[in-house]
Design a protein around this ligand. Structure first.
Ligand code: NAD
Length: 318
């Protein structure tokens, strides 16, 4: 199978590529390195079944492939709000280009959508039938509405052009290779704890999130791609934690002496987020297997080794 992964040098994309390569597929990774890094795919660069193309998906491209995992899009608020118009272009023009490619070569197309399509949800936990509560003009809208139109385009290419589609709605995912500076809650807290900086908790920390370890998520994406259901399917961990509970876990695991500092809530920050994964369970026979404590440990080890490496290279002047 020849498989295209857009955004393959990013956090989830590179873990997905590890699995696809290990299964003996030919993989093409397409990335503009906005938030992705060559280091994430370094081990495959010399492999004969692997190809890396530096390309921005807002420009069309012609390739011969059997499947497309369409992940290219900055995922953390810091990065998608840096250039919101570009985020919209990536979601709209980029997704159009990739759907056009899927149509031309009759490739199966999987969209990495997001729980953000539910906005600040009034239904809890979130089921796929729920249409969401999204602010169309807020600072998160470039991403939330961008992903909503990406879903619309995907379903319209399916209805109008018979493109074989799959849509995954991904909930908070964490693990090794997350960026240190991406402002996401897990990376924020872990990096602060490792650097002995007070842990930032927004509001009173009673807002909830669910956290899915990246290997579980990748398994879910691959099952969705190879199964018969087009979706949308929620993929995430239904265990719900308050942000304060998460901060306490990180504190205990990394640095029991570090303080917790409370700050005001950012605009449009959802109060509660938890997937209903009944569809994923029944359609894909999938559910997360890695517990938060276990996943956090692996994530902390990765951040610790990266921070140590950076400090060493600073000391020896690189
Ligand atoms: N990580 C999560 O918790 C989460 C949750 C919901 C949805 N998702 C979705 O999963 C996908 C991957 O997320 P991630 O966490 O790995 O983020 P990431 O930022 O690590 O990866 C995104 C990748 O896309 C690339 N990219 C961005 N714009 C591009 C463009 N115009 N052309 C080519 N490449 C481009 C980036 O360089 C990066 O390598 C995204 O579509 C995101 O919306 C992630």
């Amino acid at each position: 199978m020849r498989i295209l992964v857009t955004g393959g040098a990013g956090f989830i994309g590179s873990h997905l590529i590890d699995r696809l390569m290990a299964d003996g597929n030919e993989v093409i990774c397409l990335d503009n390195f906005y938030t992705g890094h060559k280091g994430n795919i370094l081990k495959w660069l010399e492999h004969p079944y692997f190809e890396l193309i530096r390309h921005d998906i807002t420009e069309p491209i012609r390739l011969e492939i059997d499947q497309i995992y369409h992940l290219a899009c900055p995922a953390s608020p810091v990065h998608y709000q840096y250039n919101p118009v570009k985020t919209v272009k990536t979601n709209v023009i980029g997704t159009l280009n990739m759907l056009g490619l899927a149509k031309r070569v009759k490739a199966r197309f999987l969209l990495a959508s997001t729980s953000e399509v539910y906005g600040d949800p009034e239904v809890h936990p979130q089921v796929e039938e729920y249409w969401g509560n999204v602010n169309p003009i807020g600072i998160r809208s470039c991403y939330d509405e961008g992903k909503r139109i990406a879903e619309t385009l995907t379903f319209d290419y399916h209805r109008q052009n018979d493109v074989d589609i799959r849509v995954a709605r991904i909930f908070n995912t964490y693990g090794p290779r997350m960026l240190e500076n991406d402002g996401r809650v897990v990376s924020n807290l872990v990096v602060q704890a490792l650097r002995d900086i007070p842990l930032t908790v927004y509001g009173d920390g009673s807002q909830t999130r669910s956290f899915c370890y990246v290997s579980d998520l990748v398994e879910g994406l691959m099952r969705l791609m190879s199964g018969d259901h087009i979706g949308p399917v929620n993929l995430g961990n239904p265990d719900e934690y308050t942000i304060l509970e998460l901060a306490n876990s990180v504190q205990k695991l990394v640095n029991p002496k570090v303080e917790i500092k409370f700050q005001s809530l950012p605009q449009d920050d959802p109060r509660r987020r938890r997937p209903d994964i009944t569809r994923a369970k029944t359609w894909l026979n999938w559910q997360p297997t890695v517990a938060l404590q276990e996943g956090l440990k692996l994530t902390v080890e990765d951040f610790r080794s990266r921070i140590n490496r950076n400090q060493q290279s600073l000391v020896i002047g690189h």
